[in-house]
Design a protein around this ligand. Sequence first.
Ligand code: MG
Length: 381
Amino acid sequence: MFHDDFVTSAGLQTVLQREAKLLAPYAMHSSDSKGRKYPETEQPYRGPYQRDRDRIVHSSAYRRLSGKMQVFTGEMGDYHRTRLTHTHEVASIARTIGRALRLNEDLIEALALFHDIGHPPFGHAGEDALNECLADQGGFSHNHYALVIAEQLEARYQSFPGLNLTFEVLESQATRVDKTAGGPAPLLEAQVVEAADSMTYDAHDTDDAVKLGLVSLDELAEIPLIRDTISSVHQRFGGLRGKLLRKAVVHELIDRQVTDLLQTTGPALTRHRFASPDQARRSEFRIGPSPSLAERKEQLESFLYQRVYRHPQLVAVRSRAQQQLRTMFAGFCRRPALLPQKYRDRAESIGIAAAVGDYLAGMTDRYCEQQFRLYFQNEPL
Ligand code: MG
């Protein structure tokens, strides 16, 4: 039997050696991490990004993703994606791509699990309502709120506020906040997560919309990407129909997008021979779909936008949710005594409006409904 010290120190060494052997020079190696704001001793058997991933998974904000809608609400059944299942799909696709491109999968996993953690209740509708309520405070963005969660709101450790994630995870998230800000491109690992996010929602929103009966596959076949996908499913499997066809189309949609990205990006990465992550970030090279697939994805996205996201059933749910959030925002600002102690304390340092915004943004859809019914249902919407 090994002595404890031997096992533990060998554990971390194994992580670093494994990376040195398997990762490309342009990947973000754990040994080159800029570390954490509050310095900590490295963990004996996990690399820094594995530790970040675990801190994210154990955070309360992460658990609450299961109660936050992606596009469709809980009232529409329990088949469709929540923020949490979306997050898992993104992580699994992003890791597959990352491994194929010899990038740092642990960092990719941490970034993917973190990427949507700042979403408020009721998806983008909730975000728009909070953005309006907080206009005087500089507005609200879920990407920025993820950083507030990670650096201030999560209280799990005695020696520092927040999760004390590595510089690379926080910096990658910061690049999502303002995509038009200059500076070097995000790390390749962050670019992979961005691409996987887009592949994932294009595929699963198509799936959910058909399953919920908001559009049919026949209607979606107007879109070249879906038409070709259906015909290649038919070629492969013959006469699939109904839900088997829908499911096969979703698999095929993901497979096509991943294959296209690897075929576009893999050879280009080899050609560039980047010697470091920094060199890759400062070049013109970006990870993403081929121009022709990008165009086809846009056609699908604008179809989904017109026919699904703006479907009357969803518009009604969204506008009700937005009115509730506005009423709750005004109500909590007027009656701060209704806030939990943590947010009353927070109001002392950042002001009542910003503290109420933070409180509302952290809620699940159901908790938000409950709080609304408890305190504000008699107030005019
Ligand atoms: Mg996402």
